[in-house]
Design a protein around this ligand. Sequence first.
Ligand code: URA
Length: 152
Amino acid sequence: MIIGLGPGKEEDKQGRPFVGKAGKFLNDLLSYAGLKREEIYITNIVKCIPPNNMPTKEEIKTCTSLFLDKQIEIINPKIILCLGNIAKDYIFEKFGIENKPMNKVHGKVFRVKGKIIIPLHHPATALYRPDKKDILIQDWKNLKSQLMWWLK
Ligand code: URA
């Protein structure tokens, strides 16, 4: 399972996650990790466009308790990739992982309650912070051999 932040304009129009600019880059990242999009359940923390990409605590609470928590329960993913700070913060808290800044934990593997949880920079970060692009690509490339092992 991949968890992003929330829909952008294009995602809102189509009613599907990661189909805009960040989604195109996500497709490239998936291929670096040897993954096919159709193999993965992709969703978001919030389900409507958050103003300035910053949902309030209350919006996060509403969307996660009504939707995301149930999605996780039903899909029961073995691996959760958290894209960006908001997904990381929520999933770390939910699974009782000590929170640290993304710079310290991106690409690291946390095994909790039978799940493998990996925080990664959000793909949109690379669109406005080109210095982060190489880090992101490297993290996804590093995932490839581990994923092959876990998903066997
Ligand atoms: N960014 C996200 O976090 N989710 C999307 O679905 C699209 C862009």
